[in-house]
Design a protein around this ligand. Structure first.
Ligand code: FAD
Length: 382
């Protein structure tokens, strides 16, 4: 009677099935089911005689090529690698390094890029990938050591989206052209990927996603909204889940689309950056002028012209700031709070409209300027 037993088979990504086939050919083994994905190393073996599996596990049997029984000690090479990696990290991380945040890559993007390229030069980023795609065919254990050390120091460097999500997916489902195009740049640490799965109305139940991709000649026209896209502002490419067959059952008709992330973080757009800088400076100036009024009052002084300066500059700053927000947000900025796509819950539109009354209420800007002219500058009344 066939007995089920587990055997850990250490292989590099993509080799698991090959090893499974070899195992199947061994005398006494009835079936071998690969039960896990590309990272994993477990094959479920059913054998006529459990001792055959036992022999394999204890290593007394001739092992199939490419397989090994689980050894609870690290090999000298693995230990050496751990040491090399520790030395590397001690050298490359700033002396004051206390560990990055949730995504250490986020904290200092320049540092991330430098360390990533150096790791790539050593072949570490994708060491467990097949050589033809830029890997070293290294064991998953060595790769786990890499991850462990990096995690311990909360060090930057990895592109978890490219290495862990895109890579294995393409290796199994991608065309040769897709593999050759996209995998080597990940291995070389040249690109950052992000993952566009979640949508405002679609999270755990991802099959409910509604972003659509419609073919238009050679193009795919994609419409929809994605959220939670970690590192989107740094990413060069995005792997998008889109609905390509709306008539199919909801778990079908979804395509995995690889695309360049065309958008740019708003703050990286030069005119937005400079506009925001101007408005920010004005807000700071308005704040200081207002504090000056409070300070003078505290000194027992009567800030007549200063109060007018504060009112006119403050209310006009609100005009300029809200106008800038409308410029940046475009038509979205005009949406009211009840609208689904209104940014900042419609506050931009509300404040922009209110900003006009702000230069009228409590004394118009013209009247405030008159006060500054007469009481501040001593100019004659008109
Ligand atoms: C920090 C962070 C980073 C992220 N980065 C990315 C990213 O880069 N790309 C990307 O595409 N997405 C990303 N996500 C999104 C993440 O995958 C979703 O938040 C997650 O799948 C949950 O979906 P949701 O937020 O819509 O919650 P919902 O699906 O609305 O779930 C709400 C609650 O209901 C529970 N629930 C839902 N369905 C069931 C069920 N069937 N049985 C029991 N309980 C259920 C959930 O457990 C949860 O408590 C990120 C999320 C976070 C928090």
């Amino acid at each position: 009677m066939a007995t089920k037993a587990y055997l850990l088979v250490e292989t590099s990504v993509g080799k698991t099935r090959e090893v499974a086939t070899t195992l199947t050919g061994l005398p006494g083994i009835a079936t071998v089911d690969v039960v896990t994905g590309p990272y994993d190393i477990i094959a479920m073996i059913s054998a006529d005689d459990i001792s055959v599996v036992g022999d394999l596990v204890t290593g007394t049997s001739t092992r199939p090529p490419g397989s090994a029984v689980l050894d609870f000690k690290f090999t000298p090479e693995d230990e050496q690698f751990r040491q090399d990696l520790r030395t590397f990290l001690a050298t490359e991380l700033p002396e004051t390094w206390e560990g990055g945040g949730r995504y250490p890559e986020e904290d200092d993007w320049n540092l991330t890029r430098v360390i990533r390229r150096k790791m790539a030069d050593r072949g570490w980023l994708t060491m467990h990938w097949p050589e033809e795609y830029g890997g070293q065919g290294a064991s998953p254990v060595k790769s786990a050591i890499f991850n462990e050390e990096i995690a311990y120091l909360r060090a930057p460097g990895r592109d978890i989206f490219g290495v862990r999500m895109l890579g294995p997916t393409l290796m199994i489902h991608g065309s040769e052209e897709q593999k050759r195009t996209h995998l080597p740049p990940v291995a070389r640490g040249e690109v950052q990927w992000c993952q566009g799965y979640s949508e405002p109305e679609s999270g755990s139940d991802l099959a409910s996603l509604s972003t659509r991709a419609i073919r238009d000649g050679d193009d795919l026209v994609i419409n929809g909204a994605k959220i939670w896209t970690t590192l989107a502002h740094r990413a060069d490419y995005i792997m998008l889940l889109t609905r390509t067959d709306p008539d199919a059952p909801k778990h079908r008709g979804i395509s995995f689309v690889l695309t360049k992330r065309n958008g740019q973080a708003l703050m990286d757009v030069p005119w937005v950056r400079s506009l925001m800088a101007d408005r920010y400076i004005e807000c700071e100036v308005a704040r200081l002028i207002a504090y000056n009024v409070a300070y003078m009052q505290g000194q027992g002084l009567v800030p007549t012209r200063e109060a007018s300066m504060s009112k006119v500059f403050g209310s006009e700053t609100v005009r300029r700031v809200t106008e800038a927000a409308m410029d940046v947000l475009g038509l979205y900025g005009t949406l009211g709070r009840e609208e689904k796509w209104a940014p900042l819950r419609g506050r931009v539109q509300e404040h922009w409209m209110l900003s006009f009354s702000g230069t009228i209420a409590a004394g118009t800007s013209e009247v405030q300027r008159n006060i500054i002219a007469s009481r501040g500058l001593g100019l004659p009344r008109g």
